[in-house]
Design a protein around this ligand. Structure first.
Ligand code: 0X9
Ligand code: CA
Ligand code: CA
Ligand code: CA
Ligand code: ZN
Length: 423
């Protein structure tokens, strides 16, 4: 609906004291796209066609696919011959809460995340260092936490990168970062495996690379279903770039993102146009020391669907320029080994649907970093989708402990996982 009709709608709804649906809840501006079911979807080609309209694919079920989409994207999916049915929308809560709903208070908002990091630095000064690597569009600090022995010094140890919260509504990924910080520091004194990895690696954790989107998502007391950052778009009233379509490798190449600013997968006007992507990208490139990228392995955490994904996302092919058979086999073997530990499904990311401009393709394609995407709990919309209850945090973050330690184990030489040598 138009902004004017929308305001009228809002006034009427408030006046008659009816509980507002979030699609009508624009206290802080526009909400994320509405959610739908597309039925009869069985193949990756069908999903890629649906994603090609710019719709966000949220989950893949047996024959249905759950999406977030604008009205124009829904119309295009219907033109493709699919049946698209709107999902019921949860009721909204009180306005301007600027925090998680009380029932989900264990989740960390941005300020709580920063104080948790500061506490870890204070409690373990030798092995935890905090850096500010840039600012979000709205001016929040983008934080990197380094964990290693002699953390203040740049030593010649394999470096590993964990990135979190590219997508605003995927709050459990921030909890994953805080879990890793707590686990690596608390277990350092008692667990020889953790100690040897902290001593022998330089571990970079970026707990929240889309703080503006995350704060917007919880700004009203009702989840907004927001995905993108909060950067305005020139010539459009619609806000936000999908950070995971804005990376500078085959950006916009392959119908795996949208050119429309109102889309959930809007790729931005240029690669790296989002300040958050620009800052994290510059940080990654700053880890090239003496001509050699120090970071060898990475995980970018998302939710939901319980998946371990590897590049490339821009093509359904396994072996292409930029990915040899041996490199693909390394990705697959390490990915499957990690999935063995957490029970997720392991596959090439394009087995889900084609994406372009995603971080893992960038990290591998330009930096030769063995970069994975994890889609965390839950597996299905029925178990909470993007908004699982806070009771799930402890279990579902610890669930990835062994997978993360496994990646750290192989960070000295990922191809070792298939018995291959390193250069
Ligand atoms: O679409 C995405 O960016 C990821 N799914 S999410 O529901 N968290 O938005 C999946 C990305 C898969 N593609 C690559 N990893 N390249
Ligand atoms: Ca909280
Ligand atoms: Ca060190
Ligand atoms: Ca180093
Ligand atoms: Zn995501």
């Amino acid at each position: 609906m138009t902004r004017a009709r929308f305001s009228l709608f809002l006034c009427v709804m408030v006046a008659i004291a009816v509980v507002l649906s979030p699609s009508g809840n624009a206290v802080s501006g526009e909400r994320g796209s509405a959610e739908y079911h597309v039925s009869g979807v069985r193949t990756v080609e069908q999903r890629t066609a649906i994603a090609g309209t710019g719709a966000v694919i949220n989950a893949v079920e047996d024959s249905r696919t759950l999406i977030s989409a604008t009205p124009a994207e829904v119309a295009r999916i219907r033109e493709l011959g699919f049946t698209v049915v709107a999902e019921p929308i949860a009721a909204a809560g009180p306005g301007n809460a600027r925090d998680f709903p009380a029932a989900d208070s264990l989740f960390h908002n941005y300020e709580e995340m920063v104080s948790a990091v500061d506490q870890a630095v204070a409690a373990h000064p030798g092995i935890v260092v905090k850096q500010v690597i840039g600012k979000s569009h709205e001016g929040r600090d983008l934080i990197a936490v380094k964990i290693s022995d002699n953390a203040a010094a740049d030593e010649t140890e394999p470096e590993v990168l964990f990135t979190h919260h590219q997508h605003a509504r995927e709050h459990i990924t921030v909890e994953m970062a805080l879990y890793l910080i707590t686990m690596l520091t608390a277990d350092y004194a008692t667990d020889p495996h953790v100690k040897s990895l902290v001593d022998g690696r330089e571990i970079w954790i970026l707990p929240d690379i889309n703080p503006d989107g995350g704060e917007f998502d919880i700004s009203t007391g009702a989840y907004q279903g927001w995905r993108k950052n909060r950067q305005p778009n020139a010539g459009s009233t619609h806000i936000g770039t999908d950070l995971n379509r804005n990376w500078d490798y085959k950006w916009g190449c392959c119908n795996g993102s949208s050119a429309a600013p109102d889309s959930g997968t809007y790729r931005g006007p240029a690669a790296g146009s989002a300040p958050e992507v620009a800052a994290v990208g510059a940080f990654v490139r700053s880890r090239v020391v003496g001509g050699k990228q120090q970071i060898t392995a990475a995980i970018d955490f998302h939710s939901y669907s319980e998946l371990v994904l590897w590049p490339f996302g821009w093509t359904s092919e396994q072996v292409v320029p930029g990915m040899t058979r041996q490199e693909y086999d390394t990705f697959a073997a390490l990915g499957r080994a990690m999935a063995q530990t957490n029970g997720y499904t392991a596959e090439q990311s394009s087995a889900l649907y084609v994406t372009d401009g995603a971080i893992d393709d960038y990290l591998w394609g330009t930096q030769r970093i063995y970069a994975y995407t994890f889609e965390m709990f839950p597996a299905t919309a029925g178990d909470g989708g993007f908004y699982p209850p806070d009771e799930a945090i402890a279990r579902e973050t610890a669930r990835n402990r062994a997978a993360v330690l496994h990646l750290l184990d192989y960070a000295d030489c990922p191809p070792r996982v298939i018995g291959a040598a390193c250069g």
